[in-house]
Unconditional design. Structure first.
Length: 176
C-alpha cells in the first residue's frame, strides 16, 4: 500500500500510484450482489443456464458489482496520511469494456487525474480537504481489454490540525 501525505496529493496529479494484488470474483459475491440489488438476471446467478446459453460460457459478474470493487481496490492501494475520512462524491465517467467471468482475477490500476482544494465553507464536507478525481482501471487477468474504466470523484477531509496547501503551492514545494 502506498502512503501519501495529505499535503502531497496535488503533486501527484497524472501519476500512477499503485497496482493492486489480483482478487478473485466469486459466485458467492455475485449472488450476494444480486440479492442486495434485486438484479437476479440469469447470466449472473443461474450457473447451469449461463454455461449452456450465455455468450460468455458461464456466469459473469454484474457491471455494477465490478464497479463496486473500486473503493476496496483504492483502499488496498492508497492511504492518505492525515485524512480523517474519504467521501465518495460520484463518478464522471464509467465504461464496462469486458465481462468479468465468475472465478476471474481482477486488479486495480490507480492514478490521480485532478485535485482541487475544498473550501472550509463547503456545505457538504465542511472542508478543509481535497476533491480528487481518480482514474481507476479494473484489469482482467489474461485479457488485454480492461473490465472497467472509471473516473471516480472523492473528497478527502483533513484532520483538524491539517490545512491542505493549494495545488500550485503543493506542487512547487514538493521538489524541495
Amino acid at each position: 500500500m502506498r502512503e501519501i501525505a495529505f499535503d502531497e496529493i496535488a503533486s501527484l496529479v497524472g501519476q500512477e500510484l499503485a497496482v493492486t494484488e489480483w482478487q478473485t470474483v466469486t459466485q458467492e459475491q455475485v449472488d450476494l450482489f444480486a440479492d442486495a440489488t434485486g438484479d437476479h438476471q440469469w447470466i449472473h446467478v443461474d450457473v447451469e443456464r449461463a454455461k449452456r446459453e450465455s455468450p460468455f460460457g458461464g456466469p459473469v459478474a454484474h457491471g455494477f458489482l465490478t464497479l463496486s470493487l473500486v473503493p476496496m481496490l483504492l483502499g488496498k492501494s492508497v492511504r492518505i496520511v492525515g485524512a480523517v475520512m474519504g467521501i465518495n462524491y460520484g463518478l464522471n465517467r464509467v465504461r464496462f469494456t469486458a465481462p468479468v467471468p465468475v472465478g476471474a482475477q481482477v486488479r486495480g490500476r490507480v492514478a490521480i487525474q485532478s485535485v482541487e482544494p475544498l473550501a472550509a465553507s463547503d456545505t457538504l464536507t465542511r472542508g478543509p480537504g481535497w476533491q480528487i478525481v481518480w482514474n481507476v482501471t479494473i484489469e482482467l487477468q489474461g485479457n488485454a481489454r480492461p473490465a472497467c474504466v472509471a473516473e471516480m470523484v472523492s473528497r478527502s477531509l483533513a484532520a483538524p490540525a491539517e490545512q491542505p496547501a493549494s495545488p500550485s503551492t503543493a506542487s512547487s514545494s514538493a521538489g524541495r
